[in-house]
Design a protein around this ligand. Structure first.
Ligand code: NAG
Ligand code: NAG
Ligand code: NAG
Ligand code: NAG
Ligand code: NAG
Ligand code: NAG
Length: 442
């Protein structure tokens, strides 16, 4: 009998050791790198990493590859990291694809070994106090680079020209100077260089971006901003080599203006008619729409049910001071904060009697459903209590899981998983998408 228990406990011990060792050598080195990172930076208590808990399943902000063999994503937004990013730590995570250290208080420079992790495709470092130059060794896998709201200085490295996979470069509110490199990046969709000290002509490849991508640089010129001194007013006989397409452009513009005038003249009557019809439509709609006194912007989204930037609808009334107060439920693997949510692009999914439902796509393409509760008068305590209950029953199979909520006097938001495709129709029709909160409270 004694032998038997001994054997049993021995095999249990062996099993335990096996489980511990199942963290492969690579994962183990990732773990050591992360521990070294955490150890050298003061941070808030949200960062619950410990050498005795499994990296892939219980470390906040860490996601591993499907086979749990490497760290694949590290997202630590607003966890109170303070000080310089140590080199030779995160740079060792050579399977890392997504790194977000946004909204912390990181200082000094971005260590070159971090920006050059070969697999890294998304780097979010916005809203820190990083300084120094942008490393010239950025990974060629990068598709999303956000260094905005820091104090980077020096020039934009020419290296960026070679990052052909880039879809976004966000550098606004830094102290960058010098010229903007000619970025012929086929996939580039988002560009912001505003509020730096950049100078010289905007390269032709970037003139398709709006002026708001370049504002706040006193010495930048050319489309879409003011013409460069000496080039614009009269077509100069010898245009500078840096802007060869300039005269062609203004010529094209003149033609376009001519055509436009012709069209306008011919279609003037038609246009008037259209405007008249539109006016009637809008008037009718306004009458039908219920008076929503509290909503600050009964603009496009309310009237049309669908608009380009309906995010204004729920972001406008959230006070600056109350940001970062999104409360997540246990079991939620999301790692964004209220600021992310407010900056997400949103699309109205439907309007119900309790409020409007939006599909929100965050900058890292996380998709969630946000429900904005309408004119609900309920105290904070009550609301939080109800949320506690909902959080517990919310994991039921047939209910779209409620993941987080936001409460302020004027604004109550509920965040759910986004359930695509089939269920979307149901969501739209409000059958499937009944908030447990509504069941309880209303
Ligand atoms: C750390 O926090 C995450 C998210 O809050 C949680 O899922 C995880 O269980 C925690 N880990 C430990 C060891 O407490
Ligand atoms: C940012 O860093 C600079 C020095 O690099 C320092 O002077 C400044 O006070 C810091 N700002 C904040 C908000 O910490
Ligand atoms: C960009 O790529 C070209 C060709 O691959 C190479 O010759 C050039 O040195 C690269 N430039 C930078 C700044 O990396
Ligand atoms: C960005 O810079 C502009 C101009 O200097 C300033 O008005 C704005 O407040 C800055 N934004 C942030 C979030 O620091
Ligand atoms: C901005 O750049 C100009 C030259 O382009 C320079 O003279 C000026 O000192 C810079 N200003 C700042 C604040 O760095
Ligand atoms: C770029 O950033 C500035 C400053 O934050 C902002 O005002 C502007 O709207 C942004 N432009 C684009 C195109 O996002």
């Amino acid at each position: 009998m004694q032998h038997l228990t001994l054997a049993a406990s021995l095999s249990a011990a062996v099993l335990f050791a096996c489980i511990l060792y199942a963290e492969s050598a690579d994962l183990n080195s990732d773990k050591q790198a992360l521990l070294a990172f955490a150890a050298s930076l003061p941070h808030g208590r949200k960062l619950n990493w410990s050498s005795t808990t499994p990296v892939c399943t219980s470390w906040v902000g860490v996601t591993c590859t499907p086979d749990n063999s490497r760290v694949h994503t590290l997202r630590l937004p607003a966890v109170g990291l303070f000080g310089p990013i140590p080199s030779d730590t995160l740079g060792k995570l050579d399977a890392l694809e997504v790194l977000s250290l946004r909204s912390n208080r990181l200082t000094v420079d971005l260590p070159p070994d971090v920006g050059s992790i070969p697999s890294l495709h998304s780097l979010y470092l916005q809203h820190n106090n990083l300084s120094g130059i942008i490393p010239t060794t950025l990974s060629s896998s990068l598709t999303f680079l956000d260094l905005s709201y820091n104090t980077f200085d020096g020039e934009i490295p020419l290296r960026v020209q070679n990052l052909t996979g880039l879809t976004a470069i966000l550098l606004q509110n830094n102290s960058l100077s010098g010229p903007i490199p000619d970025l012929r990046l086929p996939k580039l969709r988002h560009l912001n260089m505003s509020n730096n000290n950049l100078s010289g002509p905007i390269p032709p490849s970037l003139q398709k971006f709006p002026a708001s991508s370049f504002l706040g640089n006193a010495f930048l010129c050319g489309l879409p901003l003011e013409p460069c001194p000496g080039t614009a007013p009269s077509p100069s006989p010898t245009p500078p080599p840096s802007v060869p397409s300039k005269p062609k452009k203004s010529f094209w513009k003149r033609i376009r203006t001519g055509v436009l005038i012709a069209i306008a003249a011919a279609g003037g009557v038609l246009l008037l008619l259209l405007i008249l019809v539109l006016c009637i439509c809008i008037c009718k709609r306004k009458k039908r729409a219920e008076p929503t006194a509290a909503s600050s912007s009964k603009g496009k989204a309310v009237a049309g049910g669908r608009a380009d930037t309906p995010k204004e609808d729920y972001s406008s009334s959230v006070q600056e001071a109350e940001r970062n107060k999104l409360v997540f439920f246990e079991g939620s693997s999301y790692n964004f904060d209220l600021e992310d949510l407010l900056r997400a692009s949103a699309e109205v999914l439907g309007k119900g009697s309790f409020g409007t439902t939006y599909k929100a796509v965050l900058e890292d393409s996380t998709t969630v459903v946000v429900k904005r509760l309408k004119e609900m008068v309920v105290g904070k305590k009550d609301f939080e209590q109800q949320m506690e209950i909902v959080g517990r029953i919310g994991q039921h199979q047939n209910i779209v899981p409620l993941r987080a909520y936001y409460y302020s006097k004027d604004e109550k938001l509920l965040v759910y998983d986004y359930v695509p495709a089939g269920s979307l129709a149901a969501v739209l029709h409000g059958m499937f998408f009944v908030s447990p909160y509504e069941l309880l409270v209303v």
